[in-house]
Design a protein around this ligand. Structure first.
Ligand code: SF4
Length: 232
């Protein structure tokens, strides 16, 4: 898919993973076939032609919706300027952003002095700039039955895994064994991907499990800062 189909654009603080606390422009793309039952962006799942709107209509929306606009990379930077955004980090999320070819947008972003980050489920091949920070949040055994790709795991700069119970950690361990992260490329400083556990829905038991497991494995904790400080 060439042009980008955009559900929303907004400026906030990145609340998850390595870039936590970084002022960021979020570009949420429309479309995702993965089918996670606990998905909190179900409105992004369908890419229906009837839901195409103008950029002005989308930017004036106050609520989540399944509407989207079509954008070229250049038009997105014109929009950032029009909105007077000052953040220099761009987070491309979804939906599943890797349904799209993200090379033109991410390469242009780096030329303009931005850093970029993709948040993906790992179920699609990843097409982006070599400089892009890739966050794979592997969606294992979800409704659509789509496998997490070894190529996505090996491209990841960080692997951010939502956990509520021990089963989720066991699944991650199996995936890590299958993926051989030492074969990864595009790693900054030649490091293997960082691994973050993220407790689902701020549950106390999930948080304790994540803390204990992070300490045991020397992994990191991601706490969804934006939910604690009450921003989008
Ligand atoms: S991959 Fe992401 S957007 Fe797609 S269903 Fe799962 S949580 Fe939702």
């Amino acid at each position: 898919m060439t042009g980008l189909q955009v559900n929303e654009v907004f400026e906030t603080i990145q609340g998850e993973g390595f870039w936590t606390g970084t002022p960021s422009i979020f570009v949420r793309l429309q479309g995702c076939p993965v089918g996670c039952p606990w998905c909190d962006t179900k409105h992004t799942w369908d890419l229906l032609p009837n839901n195409l709107r103008s950029v002005d209509v989308i930017m004036q929306e106050n609520e989540e919706s399944a509407f989207y606009f079509s954008a070229s990379p250049e038009s997105l930077f014109a929009l950032f300027k029009d909105k007077s955004y000052t953040a220099k980090h761009i987070v491309i999320t979804g939906g599943e952003p890797c349904m799209f070819d993200l090379v033109p947008f991410t390469e242009l972003a780096h030329k303009k002095g931005y850093s970029t980050q993709i948040e993906t489920s790992g179920t699609f091949s990843i097409s982006c700039s070599e400089e892009t920070w890739v966050t794979v949040s592997p969606k294992i055994n979800m409704k659509a039955g789509m496998p997490v790709l070894v190529s996505a795991m090996q491209r990841a700069n960080e692997i951010k895994h939502p956990v509520a119970m021990q089963k989720h950690i066991d699944e991650l361990n199996v995936l890590l064994q299958e993926s051989d992260l030492t074969q990864g490329n595009n790693k900054q400083n030649e490091q293997s991907a960082l691994i973050y556990l993220q407790p689902i829905s701020q549950q106390e038991r999930a948080t304790q499990l994540a803390v204990d497991t992070c300490i045991k494995n020397n992994w990191r904790l991601s706490v969804q800062l934006h939910k604690y400080i009450g921003v989008e």
